[in-house]
Write a protein that binds this ligand. Structure first.
Ligand SMILES: [Zn+2]
Length: 441
């Protein structure tokens, strides 16, 4: 008897300890639950003795959290405990029902009663398990339901999202969801223009590539020569499509999180470096069509410079807002390398001939468009002069995007003219070289 009493009191003591622990945990959780509920329903603020904002201060980090973030935080924090509680209830119910069944077996020895009890236990267990699983899915469902985010002013953005203080309103908050980021493409905010300018450019270049390889280069061009000579343009098309595609992706998912934003901003810069190098390849190929050595030298140098630029853009420091002007300067310098082969071409063929062979006017126009885009981007013009007036449309970054597409199209037009000029004179390299040798003598 003594041992039974001891064991029973032990059990009671254990139960008491468990209950106390459970209540303590519930008490610890309760203020947080009230806080989150009150935030979700601002009208309840007046119901408490103390202002909600005061009660919440201890919970908030260095920045204000949006309702979505608060709900997400709450469920992320307590999801496991909710499931744990339900599982514990299930365990307790199961063990009590098993005890009941055992007692029934001992006392009544009735197989029908035992079977019935076991069946009840089994059904209860299945129902409890189902409830626990459903409960674990509830946080995700609630998060999805309340995910209608609002636009944030610049000051409310976390530090890592603060890129351009002259855009004062209309920013997306940190969304932490790729689905939400992609859905935001169809809403109006500071990045909408950036996303769509390069997405339209991306589609345009895909169509242009298909048309370029589908149609003959010119009316008089031999189809056989055509395809092999056209392949060099792939460097340009692939780099343009990659640049515009990566840029569209970056501007779409940059609000996901700091980590994702960093990765895609690096890819965005890689795309710009690729487009610059890719633009040089067909131009050098046709500009120095009959001169193998300068062709190889210039293509090697621009490739090495492009690789150097990509390595630099991979550094985390390069991505910070204070390096905006350095970034713009680096890409302009990469583009300005084009001065060397252009001067070489003019010295070799003379100004008049260089205009035809190198499409120098188009080259200068392209450089002008790229450089003015980079200057506007670096100095953040026009929003610098009228902060808050270009939050959604006509901000420097959008103008820069449009100028990049315009420059790429001008360059494409110039290069096709160069190719047509060369293809009409195909097979005449020896004659040209001889004539140039005579000129030099
Ligand atoms: Zn951009």
């Amino acid at each position: 008897m003594e041992s039974t009493c001891t064991s029973s009191s032990d059990e009671e003591e254990k139960d008491q300890i468990q209950n106390q622990e459970h209540q303590t945990r519930a008490r610890q959780r309760r203020p947080a639950l009230r806080v989150k509920k009150a935030v979700l329903n601002p009208r309840r603020e007046s119901e408490g003795d103390q202002p909600v904002s005061d009660r919440f201060n201890y919970e908030l980090s260095s920045r204000d959290l949006s309702p979505v973030e608060q709900v997400r935080e709450y469920f992320c924090e307590y999801k496991d405990e909710m499931v744990e509680d339900l599982e514990r209830i299930y365990q307790e119910m199961s063990s009590k029902m098993v005890d009941l069944a055992d007692v029934a077996t001992k006392n009544l020895s009735s197989s029908a009663f035992v079977q019935g009890s076991r069946s009840i236990v089994h059904r209860t267990a299945v129902a409890a398990e189902k409830s626990a699983k459903t409960a674990s899915e509830v946080p995700a469902k609630i998060i999805t339901a309340v995910k209608g985010w609002k636009l944030h002013p610049f000051e409310k953005l976390p530090n890592w999202m603060r890129d351009n203080e002259f855009l004062t309103l209309g920013h997306r908050p940190e969304l932490n969801s790729f689905t939400e980021c992609f859905k935001s493409v169809f809403r109006i905010h500071t990045e909408t223009g950036n996303i769509w300018t390069h997405f339209i450019g991306f589609i345009a270049f895909v169509v242009l590539t298909v048309l370029f390889y589908y149609k003959p280069l010119c009316e008089y061009c031999n189809a056989d020569i055509d395809i092999s000579e056209k392949l060099i343009f792939l460097y340009f098309f692939v780099s343009a499509i990659l640049c515009l595609g990566l840029s569209t992706l970056f501007h779409t998912v940059t609000c996901h999180s700091e980590h994702v934003s960093k990765i895609f901003s690096k890819l965005d810069y890689v795309g710009i470096a690729l487009l610059t190098v890719g633009s040089f390849v067909p131009w050098i190929y046709y500009g120095f069509y009959c001169q193998l050595t300068p062709k190889i030298v210039y293509l090697t140098i621009i490739s090495l410079l492009g690789i150097g630029t990509i390595i630099t853009t991979m550094m985390d420091r390069f991505n910070k807002p204070e390096f905006r002007q350095l970034r713009a300067t680096l890409f302009v310098c990469l583009g300005l390398f084009g001065l060397f082969p252009t001067v070489h071409l003019i010295l070799r063929s003379g100004w008049e001939m260089a205009l035809v062979e190198g499409e120098v006017y188009k080259l200068l126009l392209m450089a002008g468009l790229y450089i003015s885009g980079a200057v506007l981007y670096g100095l953040r013009i026009p929003e610098r002069f009228l902060p808050g007036k270009f939050d959604l449309w006509f901000q420097s970054h959008q103008i820069f995007h449009v100028l990049v597409i315009a420059a790429a199209l001008v360059h494409y037009h110039g290069m096709t003219n160069m190719a047509v000029h060369r293809l009409k004179m195909a097979g005449e390299c020896d004659i040209i070289e001889e004539a140039q040798a005579i000129q030099i003598e």
